[in-house]
Design a protein around this ligand. Structure first.
Ligand code: B16
Ligand code: MG
Length: 212
């Protein structure tokens, strides 16, 4: 496999902010008396903030909510989430991820981020990775979130590569679908790997080194 670039999802791949997302949505759902659990949470991986809210509201039994109220709920969640992000530091980047990224860089691959999150710049800063990647495509430069391929197509463009030359790394089934829809090969970790959603379903992040 002759990949020239790798595009990494952020939450659930580079770092474990997925748990902070879950805790923040759980607090928002509890405040509204809406049932929410980890199985429902798995459907939110890679999905934008407002679309995530709509999935949670499927269990809401009250009167229909106005757009303004939905904005308020999404903001409530994001405020709680941002609060947890402030506790993050370079210690939240695992040795395995750091060593693998450095080894991939040493092989001359171009490395980019492809994340649905609007908080991507802040998270990269907390991890000490704000200057590491060759390009960052995230929730701030897209209009359609995964499973639409836009975020990955933009990342490929930013590093001046064709999708066929790039490998996408994802933890979400929606993200793996986005990669395939864009014409990329996809390596999965975590939830998406367990679901067999990738061309390569990895047991660990470090296994990426066997693919390039
Ligand atoms: P924000 P990824 C995604 O990031 C998360 O997996 C998903 O749970 C979240 O709703 C989405 O970002 C939007 O995040 O509210 O921070 O803009 O997995 O694509 O890196
Ligand atoms: Mg993810």
């Amino acid at each position: 496999m002759n990949f020239k670039a790798i595009i990494f999802d952020l939450d659930g791949v580079i770092c474990s902010t997925d748990e902070y997302h879950y805790q923040a949505w759980k607090k928002m759902a509890d405040s509204m008396g809406i049932y929410f659990d980890r199985t429902i949470n798995n459907r939110l991986r890679g999905v934008s903030r407002m679309e995530s809210l709509e999935i949670i509201l499927e269990r809401y039994q009250g009167q229909p909510l106005s757009d303004a109220k939905k904005e308020e709920l999404a903001t409530m969640k994001n405020d709680i989430y941002r609060e947890s992000l402030h506790q993050m530091s370079t210690a939240d980047l695992s040795d395995e991820v750091r060593d693998t990224l450095n080894a991939l860089r040493a092989k001359g691959l171009r490395l980019a981020i492809g994340s649905s999150s609007k908080n991507t710049p802040f998270i990269l800063k907390r991890l000490g990775l704000e200057n590491f990647f060759d390009a960052v495509s995230d929730g701030n430069n897209i209009t359609r979130s995964k499973p639409d391929p836009e975020v990955f197509l933009k990342a490929a463009q930013f590093v001046d590569m064709e999708p066929a030359d790039c490998l996408v790394v994802e933890d979400a089934v929606s993200g793996a679908q986005a990669g395939h829809a864009g014409g990329f090969q996809v390596a999965c970790v975590g939830d998406a790997s367990a679901a067999g959603a990738g061309d390569f379903n990895l047991k660990s992040f470090g296994q990426l080194l066997e693919l390039v």
